[in-house]
Design a protein around this ligand. Structure first.
Ligand SMILES: NC(=O)c1ccc[n+]([C@@H]2O[C@H](COP(=O)([O-])OP(=O)(O)OC[C@H]3O[C@@H](n4cnc5c(N)ncnc54)[C@H](OP(=O)(O)O)[C@@H]3O)[C@@H](O)[C@H]2O)c1
Length: 230
């Protein structure tokens, strides 16, 4: 299961895992657009379901539909995420933006984890990847809101790892720096050519979920420049 598979990192992960032979369940807001994106893929290995992070009903329906369709769920990539401007210098801080980020970046991945965990436990080698961020390991500048949600996503990853461990569930917090996607298109300090490619991250996700239960990667920090972290 991959959330936010419509573009950026999510689409790169979907493409990589599809090419590696995985069967996919893609959670997206626009099902028709996703169908067009994967129109030349083998539909017997690609299920597309509605997933809107801010609509909890879609979380359960996506999990139930996936379990029913494939008879099992062995992996969850909580990838969908947003960035809203919330700074300590805002005067009156952007509460609407922060609430939306909490919903999409934190509460929805938690909800998805709770719903998928019983299935992941059953298969004995379930995998969860939370696409957090380098901003979940260190704070860069005064943009506090996004970082707060990504620190929380790292916390969720560790709790999932502890909670699911005995049943073979392994969870990784993926913590990349700048990745060349729509999310970073307005960044001027680093050029798109100098950012991490989504395809490289997808290859790392493939590796991490393919490792055996005795080689768990708790956090994966990936950077395109020599920051203090990573
Ligand atoms: N790019 C970076 O530099 C970078 C670095 C570190 C971490 N990340 C994290 O990586 C993840 C993917 O980001 P990206 O760079 O690939 O960004 P992106 O290109 O902007 O893609 C964002 C994805 O999230 C989906 N999404 C947004 N709001 C949603 C909602 N309410 N419900 C369901 N899906 C929603 C989007 O779907 P729609 O197409 O429907 O909008 C899209 O598939 C995010 O969690 C982000 O925080 C990105």
């Amino acid at each position: 299961m991959i959330s936010g598979a419509s573009r950026g990192i999510g689409l790169a992960v979907a493409r990589n895992l599809y090419q590696a032979g995985f069967s996919l369940s893609l959670g997206v807001r626009d099902i028709e657009a996703m169908r067009k994106t994967v129109e030349d893929w083998d539909t017997s290995r690609v299920l597309i379901s509605k997933y809107d992070a801010v609509d909890k009903g879609t979380h359960k329906t996506w999990v139930d539909t996936t379990a029913e369709h494939y008879g099992r769920i062995d992996g969850l990539v909580n990838n969908a995420g947003i960035m809203q401007p919330v700074s300590v210098d805002d005067g009156e801080f952007n509460e609407k933006g922060l609430d939306l980020m909490w919903s999409v970046n934190v509460k929805a991945p938690l909800s998805m984890t709770c719903l998928a965990l019983p299935h992941l436990r059953k298969c004995g080698s379930g995998r969860v990847i939370n696409v957090a961020s380098l901003a979940g390991k260190a704070v860069f500048g005064n943009g506090v809101g996004y970082s707060m949600t990504k620190f929380a996503a790292v916390a969720l990853s560790h709790a999932t790892r502890h909670g699911g461990w005995a049943d073979g569930v392994r969870c990784t917090a993926l913590c990349p720096g700048y990745v060349a996607t729509d999310l970073t298109s307005s960044i001027e300090t680093v050029s798109l050519d100098d950012m991490i490619s989504a395809d490289d991250l997808a290859e790392l996700v493939n590796t991490v979920i393919s490792l055996s239960n005795t080689a768990s990667v708790a956090e994966l920090i990936v950077n395109c420049r020599p920051d203090i972290v990573g």
